[in-house]
Design a protein around this ligand. Structure first.
Ligand code: GLV
Length: 313
């Protein structure tokens, strides 16, 4: 049995992981992190976490394998006490990419196929088709072409949307026009009618969606942020919407979550909000992937999804 500590900001979630482990993965000897408990588990080497409390890393000094129950590892990297030698491993898809693709297809087609218009028509008992934008005129730009971004890009391309992607390093995906690096960012933005952000949050990508970058999108563009709230300078988005340069924003994330009750996003007519639900974690698939990677790591085999210091994700 491999000892593992579970820690998250939400004890109900941690309890669910524990139940999944007890039911399906008897090779893991899991316990939930208890900040009040005496330092009884100091020898544990592996942790499964989501937004873990800082005390985990000051108490469990032997942790050298930290598995994230999500794709974005920004909340772990923010911890001051994380041991220098700890390897941090993110989820790769594990059931996240398809629901995030569905989310994108839902909101994109709501706009391009006028489904919101028909909701209004129904209220007015109006049986009338609205003019539809030809799909060729709906170029979608996907920021971030990792496992999730690539799935979204390929699904939209299969629906005949012209799709282009932008990433830190060059990527070659069939049917997807690829841009990379700072030098190609402006031309990517200038041709993205719909901009979808799934970048990881790093020092290089924090605030990347700002007055300058949003201003380079075509007039009337739509922003969909399903990455992290900190990618977006929120006041810049509001001014871009208010002056009509952007027509809409669909936001699944915010800088402060839960979004404060007095936040202007709640009442802005051009903003659609969802509470960070685009990629719900499938606990079984996530823990299965982590368990397999944990075995590989303990046997000295390479583990994919490991955060590298140069990329920060
Ligand atoms: C969700 O936000 C994730 O990073 O998996």
């Amino acid at each position: 049995m491999i000892p593992v500590v579970l820690a998250s900001e939400n004890s109900a979630a941690t309890q669910k992981w524990l139940n999944v482990i007890r039911q399906h993965f008897p090779d893991l000897d899991a316990h939930v992190f208890d900040p009040q408990a005496p330092n009884a588990h100091a020898e544990v080497r592996a942790a499964i976490v989501w937004k873990p409390p800082a005390a985990l890393f000051s108490r469990y000094r032997a942790l050298d394998l930290v598995f994230n129950m999500g794709a974005g590892v920004d909340a772990i990297l923010r911890q001051p006490d994380i041991p220098q030698t700890a390897r941090i491993i993110r989820l790769e898809d594990a059931g996240l990419a398809n629901p995030m693709t569905e989310y994108v297809v839902h909101y994109l087609s709501r706009i391009t196929r006028n489904f919101g218009v028909y909701e209004q028509h129904k209220k007015n008992r109006l049986w009338q088709g609205a003019e539809q934008t030809p799909v060729q005129n709906c170029t979608v730009g996907v920021m971030g072409l990792g496992v999730i971004g690539a799935r979204i890009a390929q699904a939209l391309s299969a629906l005949d949307y012209p799709v282009q992607g932008w990433s830190r390093s060059p990527k070659a995906l069939p049917g997807i026009k690829s841009f990379h690096g700072q030098a190609q960012f402006a031309s990517f933005l200038a041709s993205s009618q719909f901009l979808i952000n799934v970048l990881p949050l790093t020092d290089q990508t924090r605030d990347i969606l700002n007055r300058d970058s949003l201003g380079q999108l075509p007039e009337g563009a739509v922003l969909m942020n399903i990455g992290r709230g900190e990618h977006l300078v929120e006041s810049d988005l509001i001014s871009m919407l208010d002056k009509g340069h952007l027509s809409q924003a669909i936001l699944d994330v915010a800088r402060q979550e839960p979004l404060p009750a007095d936040h202007p996003f709640w009442t802005h007519p051009a903003i659609t909000l969802t509470p960070h639900i685009s990629g719900p974690t499938n606990h079984y698939l996530a823990i299965k992937q982590i368990r397999d990677k944990l075995h590989d790591a303990l046997q000295g085999k390479p583990v994919s999804g490991e955060v590298t210091p140069d990329s920060g994700y």
